[in-house]
Design a protein around this ligand. Structure first.
Ligand code: AVJ
Ligand code: FE
Length: 442
């Protein structure tokens, strides 16, 4: 039976590798001219052609060299695509591969990978690179994460739309969220994971966390609620902001989420090159941690900790079991969550009743990444694997954890244990939030 399982695992890996590459090409060479691929659309982002060759170079380093033990194809370009050597703002100045060269390089790497996959011992025991297919999953997720980053670059670019426009159509089963808050009783739950062969080092190991009772919103904060915060003078009232947040607010001059602008009485937003009225029922998007925190305080609440977020998302109070997804163990489908770049926008609050958690919270996965109050750090017993530059070097640097993935996240790159992080001032990512508050003990 082990042999049949390994055969199936290889097929799944090959299929996922093919799917993610299709997406990367769709967001680059298939949607933009060469001049736009090599351009710097924002100092916050890489030129898209950098992301394209970077995912190929990462694949070469991990699957051709480390996993298959083969000689390097292009050791000379490692330095160009090293994210630590080159800050995003400087990548446009590098002697990068052209879009055509990048495509050819990626294809050469890929054919080596598919060859060696046939022989890869995926059932290898212990905690090796190949165990359970780990390093392949890591490479697939890495490319999907860059695809989401590429979409943030698309959102920042000016000019005619390059992506299809998508109308706001509430998915079937959408109804106003009710109740608006859920009480989670005090008690321990299992946070993180030890066994998941897709989990990054920062999700490990599984450990017990005991939380006091708290309330958490059943859905993410909507544009309507954020327009109320704005109308109530929230951006001009230092009472709601932390000292650091107020510093950001005054220095930046920002008074609304990114990509919003005022048109008389209305708020409009630019979405991938098209302007539309801000849809009131959608989760607010493109807010930074400081804006999320200020809004929550204005509402008489606070942001959840990441433990509170994870417990609400995956803990079943009836059985005491923590699940991989809010709805259980089944792979995410279109009925569960707004993932996978299907809608190209968040779905209204109250969508996806089939994707709810046993606690009653909705839309924990998909729609918008949710800021938490927690600073990114390692769990007790953390061990960097397979390299410290994925997570460990970001610990204790003031990054805040975001949870749950967005509409732009691929299903293989999110689960209830998945941890994302960013600087508290960043808002070009597909970020929103939900609120929480302490509960009075019963
Ligand atoms: C987990 C999204 C913060 O983009 O910086 C990509 C993912 N790491 N290449 C990032 C990542 C290496 C990472 N985030
Ligand atoms: Fe990367």
């Amino acid at each position: 039976p082990a042999t049949a399982d390994v055969g199936q695992a290889r097929e799944r890996i090959a299929a996922e590798l093919g799917r993610v590459r299709e997406r990367s090409l769709g967001l680059t060479v298939e949607s933009l001219e060469e001049s736009e691929l090599v351009a710097q659309h924002s100092p916050l982002m890489s030129p898209l052609v950098w992301d394209l060759a970077h995912v190929g170079n990462y694949e070469e380093q991990w699957l051709v060299r480390a996993a298959a033990g083969q000689d390097a194809l292009r050791p000379d370009i490692d330095i160009l695509y090293d994210a630590f050597e080159n800050p995003r703002s400087a990548r446009v100045e590098l002697p990068l591969l052209t879009p055509t060269e990048a495509q050819e390089y990626n294809a050469r790497v890929r054919s080596r990978v598919l060859d060696s996959l046939e022989r890869a011992p995926l059932d290898e025991g212990g905690a090796g690179l190949l165990d359970g297919g780990f390093v392949y999953h890591m490479v697939i997720q890495h490319e999907h994460q860059h695809d989401e980053t590429m979409l943030a670059t698309h959102q920042l670019r000016r000019g005619d739309p390059a992506l299809p426009g998508v109308a706001a159509q509430p998915p079937a089963g959408t109804s106003p969220p009710d109740p608006s808050e859920i009480r989670i009783e005090a008690g321990p739950f299992t946070m993180g994971t030890t066994a998941d062969p897709w989990a990054y080092d920062n999700e490990r190991p599984a450990h017990t966390v005991d939380l006091p009772a708290y309330w958490i919103d059943s859905h993410a904060v909507t544009n309507a609620a954020h327009m109320d915060f704005i109308a109530d003078g929230g951006y001009d009232d230092p009472r709601w902001w932390s000292e650091e947040g107020w510093e950001w607010r005054t220095r930046s001059g920002k008074r609304a989420p990114a990509f919003w602008h005022r048109d008389g009485e209305r708020w409009l937003r630019r979405r991938f090159g098209r302007v539309e009225p801000v849809p009131p029922e959608e989760p607010v998007q493109h807010v930074c941690f400081h804006e999320a925190e200020a809004h929550a305080r204005w509402a008489g609440k606070r942001l959840p900790t990441e433990a509170e977020w994870e417990k609400a998302a995956r803990y079943d109070p009836r059985t005491g079991v923590s699940h991989r997804f809010p709805w259980g163990g089944r792979e995410p489908g279109p009925e569960h969550a707004n993932l996978d770049q299907r809608l190209l926008r968040p779905a209204p609050a109250g969508a996806f009743p089939s994707g709810g958690a046993p606690t009653g919270v909705r839309q924990m996965l998909g729609d918008v990444w949710e800021w938490t109050s927690t600073e990114f750090a390692g769990y007790p017993g953390f061990r960097a694997f397979p390299y410290p530059e994925y997570s460990e070097v970001f610990f204790g640097q003031g990054y805040r954890v975001l949870r749950g993935g967005s509409w732009a996240t691929h299903p293989t790159a999110v689960r209830c244990t998945f941890r994302n992080w960013d600087h508290p001032i960043r808002r070009q990512i597909f970020s929103g939030f939900r609120c929480a508050r302490d509960a009075e003990p019963v």
